[in-house]
Design a protein around this ligand. Structure first.
Ligand code: ME8
Length: 552
């Protein structure tokens, strides 16, 4: 195996096809990945987050032809729309790779040479079925299995004209016959199974792991890895007239983006530092490419496989997979306009159980937004900031240490107590890529803080403080309560930041604090007492104004 290091935290999204624009599905994977990237940075790791575009292949060539432009013109027209959409959704990717870039093309060519030098590439004739929309080959066995299960479930496996349908997307398959290059995937069955065994967390969640293991146990066929029927792809240096099969080209992006195949020593050092990747986030539709073909390709080229592939489920609207071709996709930017970018990100990360298929609906989005963000988190911030403005002149109260100790002894400090173990609970869930769990831990503190407002009734303390008798005591109590609320808010804003970066940054500004995104010691930052007394607090507009479904 090549010398590689694991001193960095490198994570990726799939590189998306440029045949359509960003939609809720691709935005979902990108947000899921972004939340982890942001958490890892705040938790002090040297993080590198990659996304990008898959620009080659027959499908793109055909789309360009239909539009009357060259494939390069076509992809150049689509790429900025992805860049803009991810920027609008606050995606913090460190790099954006396009497979038509020279750095990638050169790396793909080198990779092919490596696989060939190691004896894993040979030439033969491919004869079989191909799904153009999915850019996927299907073996006769796979089609027979599909025909059998479709018949048992009463679903069609062939069109009315007899054309075979794709087992994955249900669209008609094409028959192709070409002289192609083949990759000896069959030689990797045992090594893959051993890798899964030795790395039980390589495929997550477990249901996907079982699926992949039983697929590989069923036997692997060699894979056609070049095409000769068109030329929109990476030319294979030792096989004139052949371009790389688009999936092989696409998978290699994960290493070319961090320097593989470069002649520049600085890039080579970057590759040694970044690879192997910690997590490839993908949808469950492309798990075989990532968990079978990709690690086998890497083994064939003498490179370590990635540490983990996390496959999430599909977003469904009314039970159907949501996709542009089915016409049931709402644009991410449209939803972000209604719910704010943070409200949108929060919903998908908290209400859709990562890994399972998730039914999404506008009604449910409104419910979650209003309950958690408008009524709970946003309302807590408004109340605490308003009361600070009214009762302590908009300044974070200052109290003698002795007074704090005495008041804590007298009444306890439920917020400080709950915040105490928060890092552990939250970071454990984030490291396990369990966003719902992590956010639930933060919402627990939020709910407790809202209750604390009611229990401690600062408005009564303010009245008592203003009255003559017992004023000093009540003023201390009021200061104590307000500090506890503001400090809890600071702590929650830190924990919410990977999921809702803009509103957390705003809360930090309103508390007179620096950039939340610059935090790189989350555990230290979450320690109780970090909010400096004397900071000026700004009230501002509601962070998450309530939404009425009938007004959307
Ligand atoms: O497959 N729900 O690109 P692609 C959730 N270029 N996620 C969804 C989704 C849905 N309804 N629809 C799409 C490709 N996705 C290749 C990848 S990687 C080396 C090459 C997400 O544009 C999900 O992550 O078809 C899925 O795996 C991906 O978009 C497919 O994107």
């Amino acid at each position: 195996m090549a010398e590689t290091g694991a001193s960095s935290y490198y994570l990726t999204t799939p590189i998306y096809y440029v045949n359509g624009l960003p939609h809720l599905g691709t935005a979902y994977t990108t947000i899921v990945s972004d939340a982890l990237a942001r958490f890892e940075r705040m938790d002090g790791r040297d993080t590198w987050f990659l996304t990008g575009l898959d620009e080659h292949g027959q499908k793109v060539a055909q789309a360009a032809q239909a539009a009357g432009v060259t494939p390069q013109e076509w992809v150049d027209g689509i790429a900025p729309q992805f860049v803009d959409a991810w920027q609008a959704l606050d995606i913090s990717n460190d790099d954006f790779i396009r497979t038509t870039e020279q750095r990638h093309v050169q790396g793909v060519q080198r990779f092919f040479e490596e696989m060939r030098a190691n004896g894993y590439i040979y030439q033969d004739t491919y004869e079989g079925f191909y799904c153009l929309p999915d850019e996927t080959f299907f073996t006769d066995e796979q089609l027979a299995e599909f025909a059998e299960s479709a018949a048992a479930e009463g679903r069609p496996h062939a069109a009315e004209d007899g054309a075979k349908l794709c087992p994955d997307c249900g669209r008609p398959l094409s028959f192709i016959q070409e002289d192609n290059l083949f990759f000896r995937l069959s030689a990797f069955q045992d090594r893959l199974l051993a890798y899964y065994e030795e790395n039980p967390d390589f495929i997550c969640p477990p249901i996907r792991r079982n699926e992949v293991v039983s697929f590989v146990k069923g036997g692997l066929k060699d894979l056609s890895v070049s095409r000769t029927a068109f030329d929109w792809g990476v030319p294979i240096p030792f096989a004139p007239g052949h371009v790389s099969y688009v999936w092989v080209d696409a998978l290699i992006n994960y290493i070319t983006a961090v320097g593989y195949g470069s002649d520049d020593p600085a890039k080579q050092a970057e590759f040694a530092r970044r690879w192997p990747c910690q997590v490839h986030f993908v949808g469950k539709d492309i798990i075989r490419f990532h968990c079978v073909i990709w690690p086998a390709m890497l083994m064939a080229a003498g490179i370590e496989p990635p540490r983990k592939v996390f496959a999430h489920g599909f977003l469904l609207t009314k039970g159907e997979k949501m996709s542009k071709s089915r016409g049931n996709a709402t644009s991410p930017l449209e939803l972000a306009r209604i719910f704010s970018v943070d409200g949108y990100r929060y919903y998908f990360l908290t209400d859709v159980q990562l890994g399972a298929d998730g039914a999404i609906s506008l009604e449910r989005m409104v419910q979650v937004y209003n309950a958690d963000l408008a009524n709970s988190w946003g309302n807590l911030c408004s109340r605490a900031f308003n009361m600070t403005s009214k009762y302590t002149g908009g300044v974070v109260p200052d109290l003698w240490e002795k007074t704090v100790t005495a008041l804590t002894r007298e009444r306890g400090n439920p917020l400080a107590e709950l915040a105490e173990g928060l890092y552990e609970r939250y970071a454990r869930a984030m490291n396990a890529i369990d966003y719902s769990g992590a956010l639930a831990a933060v919402m627990e503190l939020c709910d407790r803080a809202n209750l604390y407002v009611e229990e401690s009734a600062p408005w009564n303390l303010a009245k008592a403080a203003a009255a003559e008798a017992g004023g000093a005591d009540a003023a201390d109590r009021l200061a104590f309560v307000l500090y506890n609320l503001l400090e809890s808010i600071r702590i929650m804003a830190l924990c919410f930041a990977p999921v809702m970066p803009a509103s957390s940054a705003e809360v930090f500004r309103r508390l007179g604090l620096g950039e939340v995104s610059c935090v790189d010691d989350l555990e230290g930052a979450l320690r109780w007492g970090g909010l400096p007394a004397g900071n000026r607090v700004t009230v501002g507009e509601p962070l998450f104004p309530r939404l009425k479904e009938d007004e959307l």
